[in-house]
Each structure stands twice: as structure tokens, then as C-alpha cells.
Design a protein around this ligand. Structure first.
Ligand code: C6P
Length: 421
């Protein structure tokens, strides 16, 4: 496939990646917005999909779609094979021990709510504690608050430095109360870009017999994840952040824990036998997948993982790192611009404020220049409160972004400055 003639952002090679070829696989990138070539830098909110993913979904609906695990007819068998094939792809991507440890949900949010409701609901009692960090997305705060309200447990929050780095000693101190039932923390912060030392955080929790949940919503497209090496109890992510369709999420859970946990929702496909007196539940993973799932979406996620594997996550990460360094250096040249989140270990996004200019104004003016970023609290209001700002502007990178697009971002920001002077 050739690049569209409207593609005015000249792609270059980076980290051994052929960016022209990669960009050509994303039909949506070939457009102009407000008369300017689209520069899509809102990937942390949701990435775009390559043709391989769009085609996999289209092929499913065009040729073999039917409900899964139910029919004896050919289409149902094909759909079931494709759906379960995608589960195996997720297992391999995470290096989980078994497909029984891979639960399909709607998104990261639902994966965390599943654990809060099922694991939390069955193990957490009055006086117990859940430890999180101060840099969590609302999805890794509110489910635990709901659990605490229901059970009388308490939420404990590990603080972070001005640079956006977790204060590991404080985290460790919180684990020492003898009452902690779970430590749940973000792998890559969507508001700061901080990559947390999750391996160490898991070890510290395990040293005290505390299970862990990692919110992998942002890390999944940028960092190779090996759940067996990490040894976390749960890992949650969303398909739409890794070039897959929206409406699909994944919960990885250690088999023994998932087996001991009660179902999250009841309904079709999660049962072995139903009578009015008693219901026997299905084995994993079906026990946690009540009702008809997003069949084509899951198959699309499988195609997205194939696509990422073909490029190689290491090359993706190297390229994005280069872009982040390049962007950071240029952003720092803009007077009054302050980057929020300057951790030593950082990935894929730059959040910032410009003195005297509201982030929403920045976002709106950038949009007129064709540059799509996110402005707001990024569903991480406690992070905004920590820095005393209502919102930030955030540029976030994906494999298809180029240095020329960073230049377009920076040029548009200089224009914002001019307009407000
Ligand atoms: N962050 C962002 O623009 P869902 O919506 O369930 O797919 O993902 C929730 C979520 C959980 N944890 C982290 C760290 C996240 O970044 C997100 C989603 C998007 O930053 C949308 S708010």
C-alpha cells in the first residue's frame, strides 16, 4: 500500500523502523484536519488501528461471524476458534502460563473492577488496607474506594516526588502495617509518563505476603510485559491502547487466585449447570466471561498483537524513546512551558503547562494547526491536585509518529505563545 498524497508529514527511518511503511498501514493518518495534515499525538487516550486490525474485524463480520461456545454449526465453530485463538495470542504476548489465566473484559477499568469486586469482595474485611500510589488513574482509585465503602477497609496512598517518581520507602512503609490485602499500582502513569519500578514493587509486596495488581493500560504498547517474570497476581490492560479495537480489555490473573475467586457477573457462558436450587460455574476463563462477549473486538485485538509482534516491541520502544527525548529538548526551549513529570524512567508522553495559558486553549489552538493532543485532568485528578494545576496539555506518542510531527507540535506551540503575547 502506498502513502496518501495528502501525507505532508515526511516520515523518516528511526530505530530501524520503516516509518513510511508503518504510517501507510494506518488509513486514518492520511487526512487533513482544518486544512492541515493530521498530527495525531493523543495516543495515550487511544491509539489508531492499522489496516490489518480493521481487515480482521471486517473479515470476521463479512465471512464467519456467529456467537461462540454455543452453536454446532460451522460459523460458530470458526468464530469460537478465532476468539480462543486470540486468547492464546494474549497469553503468549504476556508470557502467561495458561490461557485459563486470560480473561476478556470491556477495558482496563472493568478488569480492575472485576478484581475489586470478586477478589476484594471475598477477602477484604473491616480494618484491612489497600495500597495504591498517588499517581493512579481514577480507574485504579474508585473501584478500591467502592470496596472500602462496602467493607470498612481503608485506602492507603504512596506519595511521589516533584519529579513524579514514587517514593519507594514510603510505599514500603505502607506495606508494613500487617493489614494490607492488596497493592495495586500503575505501570506507566498516563499523567506523568513515569515508568514505575513494578518489579521491585511486586517483590516488596510479596516479601510481606501481599498480592499485587498492575494497571498496564499505558505500558502495554510501550514496554514488553512478562507476567511470569514480574510475578504479579493481576495485570490489566485495554485493547484500544495497543492498536486494537475499543470495547475489549484483558485481565491476567494467576490461576490459583482466579479459581478461588467468586464470579464477577452471572449469566450465560459462565456456568456448567443451572438449576433453581444451585448453579455450578464453568471452569476458567469462562467463569469470568458472562454473556456474549465482543467477539470481533477480541479477534481484532489478536490481529493487533500479531501486528505489534511483527514490528517488535523493542524497536517500538526505542523509536518512541527517541521521539520523547527529541520532544522534551524542544519543549524546554519554549518560555513559560513546564513539563509535569520528569522522572528518570519515563516513556511515550510529555505533559506540560504554559504559564498564563489554559491547557484547553493550548489544545484548541493546536487542533486548528492539525495537531491532536489531550488537554484536561486525564482522569488523574489527584495528580493535578498534587501539582496545584487544574489540567495539563499532553502529547503522547505511538510507533507511527515522526520527528517531523514533533516539529509540527513545537511550531504550533510557538504559535500559541505568539497569540497570547
Ligand atoms: N487513560 C488517557 O487519556 P480504559 O478507559 O478502561 O480503557 O482505561 C482506563 C485507564 C486506566 N489506567 C490508566 C493508567 C489509563 O491511562 C487509563 C486510560 C486514558 O489517559 C483515558 S482517560
Amino acid at each position: 500500500m502506498s502513502a496518501s498524497p495528502t501525507l505532508a508529514i515526511a516520515p523518516t527511518a528511526s530505530a530501524g523502523l520503516d516509518l513510511a511503511r508503518i504510517r501507510a498501514e494506518f488509513p486514518i493518518l492520511r487526512q487533513r484536519v482544518h486544512g492541515k495534515p493530521l498530527v495525531y499525538l493523543d495516543n495515550a487516550a487511544s491509539a489508531q488501528r492499522p489496516k490489518a486490525v480493521i481487515d480482521a474485524i471486517s473479515e470476521c463480520y463479512s465471512t464467519y461471524y456467529a456467537n461462540i461456545h454455543r452453536g454446532v454449526h460451522l460459523l460458530s465453530e470458526r468464530s469460537t476458534a478465532a476468539y480462543e485463538g486470540a486468547r492464546e495470542k494474549v497469553r503468549a504476548f504476556l508470557n502467561a502460563a495458561s490461557v485459563q489465566e486470560i480473561i476478556f473484559t470491556r477495558n482496563t477499568t472493568e478488569s480492575i473492577n472485576l478484581v475489586a469486586s470478586s477478589f476484594g469482595g471475598s477477602t477484604v474485611k473491616t480494618g484491612d488496607e489497600i495500597v495504591i500510589t498517588g499517581m493512579e488513574h481514577h480507574s485504579n482509585i474508585v473501584p478500591w474506594q467502592l470496596l472500602c465503602e462496602r467493607t470498612g477497609a481503608r485506602l492507603k496512598v504512596a506519595p511521589f516526588t516533584d519529579a513524579g517518581e514514587l517514593i519507594l520507602d514510603e510505599y514500603e512503609r505502607l506495606l508494613d502495617s500487617g493489614r494490607v490485602k492488596l497493592a495495586a499500582f500503575v505501570h506507566l502513569s498516563n499523567a506523568l509518563g513515569t515508568l514505575n519500578p513494578v518489579q521491585r514493587m511486586i517483590e516488596l509486596a510479596h516479601a510481606r505476603g501481599i498480592p499485587t495488581l498492575v494497571d498496564g493500560a499505558q505500558s502495554i504498547p510501550h514496554v514488553a510485559v512478562d507476567v511470569r517474570a514480574l510475578d504479579c497476581e493481576f495485570y490489566a490492560f485495554s485493547s484500544h491502547k495497543i492498536y486494537g479495537p475499543s470495547g475489549v480489555g484483558v485481565l491476567y490473573g494467576k490461576q490459583a487466585l482466579l479459581e478461588a475467586m467468586p464470579p464477577y457477573q452471572g449469566g450465560g457462558d459462565m456456568i456448567r449447570l443451572v438449576t433453581f436450587e444451585k448453579t455450578e460455574y464453568a471452569d476458567l476463563p469462562n467463569k469470568f466471561e458472562a454473556g456474549t462477549p465482543n467477539i470481533a473486538g477480541v479477534i481484532g485485538l489478536g490481529a493487533a498483537l500479531d501486528w505489534v509482534n511483527a514490528i517488535g516491541l523493542d524497536a517500538v520502544a526505542a523509536h518512541e524513546h527517541e521521539l520523547l527525548d527529541y520532544a522534551t529538548a524542544q519543549l524546554q526551549e519554549i518560555p513559560g512551558l513546564k513539563i509535569m513529570g520528569t522522572a528518570r524512567d519515563k516513556a511515550a508522553l510529555a505533559a506540560f503547562t504554559i504559564q498564563g495559558i489554559h491547557p484547553h486553549d493550548i489544545g484548541t489552538i493546536l487542533d486548528r494547526e492539525g495537531v491532536a493532543i489531550r488537554a484536561g485532568h486525564h482522569c488523574a485528578q489527584p495528580v493535578m491536585q498534587r501539582y496545584g494545576v487544574p489540567a495539563t496539555a499532553r502529547a503522547s506518542f505511538a510507533v507511527y509518529n515522526t520527528r517531523d510531527e514533533v516539529d509540527a507540535l513545537v511550531k504550533a506551540l510557538w504559535k500559541v505563545k505568539e497569540l497570547f503575547e
